[in-house]
Design a protein around this ligand. Structure first.
Ligand SMILES: Cc1cc2nc3c(=O)[nH]c(=O)nc-3n(C[C@H](O)[C@H](O)[C@H](O)COP(=O)(O)OP(=O)(O)OC[C@H]3O[C@@H](n4cnc5c(N)ncnc54)[C@H](O)[C@@H]3O)c2cc1C
Length: 451
């Protein structure tokens, strides 16, 4: 069908059941891999033409890795797959009555639908925070953050206003989960080993990195031991950790808290939680807090031919009454499960219930510093945990090329104490926000000096 954009989805009509998959993240790509040669036509939609390895986004944001080392083109991942079609489109709606998904290039019917659209940052309805803070959920987000970090340093060197410079050199990370902890540690190491050489005129004692968490510990999804160790290691690196601290608002210049004094800052990184990526057309009884309720077969409760997996799904079991954790392993295992079991469903064979195998959790704090919670109640931190973290992340990267690029960058960073990606390729600007150093503070003399 031709659309108003003049484009057409151009999916051939075959005598095979069609599986439409929304999202080429961890869940989606594992579904496709496991559907191969099982007699289906597979159509994968994603709004990006690449898969993103989200656990390493913070390294792109903090100049440790290039963006393309943690992304893999979806067409390349599935090259040579028969009856596989990738379409670079955002799904704008789902019509479960007519078995149709909608895109800007028209509608497409499905026999089976797998929703693997992941999650998006949760700003808890606070529009100001959404407007002014920086999330870290995608590669464009990571590039925005990297540019912002580098831009504020450039600006700090060019201002003689002490208050404005302090705000430029203050970074507040909200959310003490793995993203906040990883990013805080990486920034602290940049500050310690690299930035003083790049900006010799700046006094890096003025640079403050805050990590703010609403509950009483870091890494709330991991053991208390891991949270305590992460806090201790971050504080040793100079990060200021505030626990039990609720953020009230941020206006682009000052961040306000419930029980703490406000802080003037140009940079607030928001990683305080996620909510699911909603799709218009899904019945309200299928949703709980935005996530899609699924049964033990990953099938949307109340639907016959719609499955949901990964971050967007909510499967309540005796072991996980509030659903599974929002981690890559859940999405990977659900993706594999659905891929394998759709063939059984097609042949009217019974499906076994999905069982999540928890392989444990890891978080890194910095060079030689990480925490690990492994199955069997094995909990430890330090250099061994860091090596395990390195190995696991390399292992799960999408292609050999990605593994090689990341490995080479890490070796380089390790031996040189350098991070070669401190580039402002695409300047970041919040058009509607006044700069922290307003015009009243700068004077002609300063401008002349800069020139
Ligand atoms: C910064 C960060 C750090 C993380 N660190 C870890 C970690 O250390 N360990 C860990 O296990 N987990 C980590 N996670 C969580 C992990 O990445 C997620 O649990 C996992 O990616 C979920 O997989 P998914 O397939 O459900 O969704 P995703 O991987 O998010 O994939 C969803 C895909 O759907 C696409 N999409 C969304 N909406 C549409 C639409 N309307 N139309 C078309 N396509 C669409 C998106 O472009 C995306 O490609 C981290 C997440 C982030 C953001």
């Amino acid at each position: 069908m031709e659309s108003r954009t003049g484009l057409s989805l151009n999916i051939p009509v075959l005598d095979k059941p069609r599986v439409v998959i929304i999202g080429g993240g961890f869940g989606g790509i594992n579904t496709v891999k496991n559907l191969r040669n099982k007699g289906f036509q597979i159509v994968l939609f994603d709004k990006h033409n690449y898969h993103t390895f989200q656990p390493l986004l913070y390294q792109v944001a903090t100049a440790g890795l290039q963006p393309d080392s943690i992304a893999g083109p979806l067409r390349n991942i599935f090259k040579g797959h028969d009856d596989f079609h990738f379409r670079l489109f955002k799904i704008t709606a789902i019509d479960p009555d007519r078995n149709i998904v909608s895109t800007e290039a028209g509608d497409l019917s499905y026999d089976y639908l797998v929703i693997a659209g992941g999650s998006r940052p949760n700003f808890f309805g606070n529009q100001k925070i959404e407007q002014y803070s920086l999330p870290l959920k995608s590669i464009p987000d990571a590039l925005n953050l990297r540019s912002q970090f580098m831009q504020v340093l450039e600006q700090a060197e060019m201002t003689n206003d002490a208050t404005g410079r302090k705000a430029l050199l203050t970074i507040v990370l909200v959310g003490g989960g793995p993203t906040g902890v990883d990013t805080a540690g990486a920034l602290a190491e940049l500050k310690k080993h690299i930035l003083p050489k790049d900006y010799p005129a700046l006094d890096f004692n003025e640079m403050k990195i805050y990590l703010v968490e609403g509950v009483n510990r870091l890494l709330p999804q991991m053991s208390e031991k891991a949270g305590a160790r992460a806090k201790r290691d971050l504080e040793k690196l100079g990060v200021i950790v505030w626990l039990n601290t609720m953020v009230l608002s941020y206006d682009g210049k000052t961040i306000f808290f419930k029980d703490q004094d406000p802080i003037d800052t140009s940079t607030v990184v928001w990683s305080a939680g996620v909510t699911s990526a909603a799709f218009p057309g899904l019945r309200t009884e299928w949703l709980e807090k935005g996530r899609i309720l699924i049964d033990e077969n990953c099938r949307v409760i109340g639907a016959k031919n719609i499955f949901a997996i990964g971050d967007i799904s909510l499967m309540k079991t005796a072991k996980y009454p509030k659903g599974h954790p929002g981690v890559a392993q859940v999405a990977i295992q659900m993706g594999k499960y659905v891929g394998i079991n759709l063939a059984k469903l097609q042949e009217s064979k019974p499906m076994n219930a999905f069982a999540y195998f928890d392989k444990g959790a890891l978080a890194t704090i910095g060079r030689g510093k990480a925490v690990a919670d492994l199955p069997g109640n094995i909990r430890f931190g330090g250099r061994l945990a860091w090596w395990i973290w390195l190995f696991v992340h390399i292992n799960y990267l999408i292609s050999f090329r990605n593994k090689l690029l990341v490995f080479a960058s890490w070796i380089w960073n390790y031996f040189t104490y350098d991070k070669g990606n401190r580039l402002i390729i695409r300047p970041y600007s919040r058009k509607d926000v006044l700069p922290v150093v307003d015009k009243a503070h700068s004077n002609k003399q300063d401008e002349t000096k800069i020139l």
